[in-house]
Design a binder for this molecule. Sequence first.
Ligand SMILES: Cc1cc2nc3c(=O)[nH]c(=O)nc-3n(C[C@H](O)[C@H](O)[C@H](O)COP(=O)(O)OP(=O)(O)OC[C@H]3O[C@@H](n4cnc5c(N)ncnc54)[C@H](O)[C@@H]3O)c2cc1C
Length: 563
Amino acid sequence: MSYSVVVIGGGATGTGTARDLAMRGFDVTLVERGNLTEGTTGRTHGHLHSGARYAVSDKESAVDCMRENRVLHRIAGHCIEDTGGLFVQLEGDSDDYFERKLAGCAECDIPTEVISGEEARRREPYLTDAVERAIWVPDGAVDPFRLCVANAASAVEHGARIETHAEVVDLVVEGGRVAGVEVKRQGPNHHSEGAAGDTETFEADYVVSATGAWAGQLAAMAGVDLEMAISKGAMVVTNVRQLDTVINRCLPKGEGDTIIPHETTVLLGANDDPVDDPDDYPEEQWEVDMMIDIASEMVPVVADARMIRAYWGVRPLYDPNPKSTTDPGDVTRNYFVLDHAERDGVAGFASVVGGKLTTYREMAESVSDHVCEVLGVEEPCRTDEVPLPGSADPSALDEYMDEFDLRSPIARRSGQRLGDRAPEVLDIDEPNPTLCECEAVTRAEVRDAIDQVGADLNGVRLRTRASMGNCQGGFCSHRLGAELYPDHGAEVARDAVDELYQERWKGQRHALWGEQLSQAMLNAMLHATTMNHDANHVAGDENIEYRAFDGGRTAVPEGSHGD
Ligand SMILES: Cc1cc2nc3c(=O)[nH]c(=O)nc-3n(C[C@H](O)[C@H](O)[C@H](O)COP(=O)(O)OP(=O)(O)OC[C@H]3O[C@@H](n4cnc5c(N)ncnc54)[C@H](O)[C@@H]3O)c2cc1C
């Protein structure tokens, strides 16, 4: 008999768990209240940790990170950029800490190389002259969107059902056991089935909550008290890629001291401030300023870069000894599988909390092992060996590019994004123009994404990166909308463009000074002229005082700064 399991949450942990359980033969349904990556996974820094960051303070997490870093290279090559990372010591930074970092890395099996300040600047010319020396470590950049989608695709290949826009509004508890979930649709799923407001109950032999920062809210639906130690962090995106290596400051306490090259951009971040509600917390200008100030101590050109957007995420941390520390930076990055039968007397239900994007697969393996143990299934985990779709042979990318005459930068980017799916997606009879110039996304890729998600342009964005570059959808959003027609009606296409545009705006409004302010105004005008939108495209948002930011970020009105 095949047992049924409902996995709640469509982030990396949830999709990874759905994949793992489906590969072990379970009948899996994953429910996610929004799009895949809607939660923290879509709001991370994208740092594929080597573990060096935690090698002094949190060795268990450091070891997990390095092990999973190696696994992800095996199974998810097309989602990773092997940038390497540098922990830089600037003038005045502690020698003692530098040595402890090196010793910690050795203890955690993290390869290192100590290089001089001169060599560090040879590798990354924009580093400050104040760099005295640096430790090279195998950090990298990971694309959370592709990683999550690849896990979901693999789960589906193994028979799982993925229901997006399906919010769990209650857990069905019968005789002290969770027997299923009650779901309310927030809109059609990615197959355009169902409608907002529809409700449905999914019965299950076991329910896994992989809801990250929302795990406390889900547990409460079963009468379980689960206090999370969640904290927010802001990240700021520059318009060009000034660096090819992940840069970390080699200091004991690190807030906002990591710079990650990501596709065409660089991400600065992130602070670490406790919040109570993952859906309701302030996004403040001082956080944006702080990220820029700290990053520019290491890479001065960052201070003058054009910032194209800022975004926030909430860490799904759990402290097994609540209130043991008042500093969120000290809360462990370890993960925990909480068996609510053992912990709270509610059977058929577990939560998987804490951890990192880098360790998502191991978290999924642990909670899947737990489900097997409870249900008496003896099937081993294979997710550490079987490559994700598109990733079977990353070196095959070059061959594909030759085959399709894909030596142009645009074709190279398509090939990198698609991995071994490139032939299937790009080999089309029709012309294949570029729809998003900033991110080099062609019509074939957009069509492929629409086939997967339907009339959901944010879903297309997550799969292709269309609208995530310099112009933030100014020049491509209406072209993406046009691809929906005529399969979807004009009204659906128009709503989809509006939703995409609102989402893009959400991040830009925190970076409205200098050239980005001009770009945002140009975008508003383009939207009004190409889409004939007379109404304010930010309708429903708070009143934005554009001119408050006109003179640059130092002209932010007094009182908006945190210090
Ligand atoms: C600022 C910041 C920077 C970070 N940077 C890094 C980094 O560089 N590297 C790294 O390894 N890690 C990083 N992390 C940590 C990492 O992003 C997270 O640990 C990881 O993404 C969590 O994934 P998850 O699947 O557990 O949770 P999530 O991605 O949050 O998934 C939970 C899902 O549950 C859904 N959900 C919630 N309630 C319901 C409901 N009622 N019904 C249905 N669905 C529901 C949510 O919509 C969400 O999609 C960072 C985190 C933050 C906040």
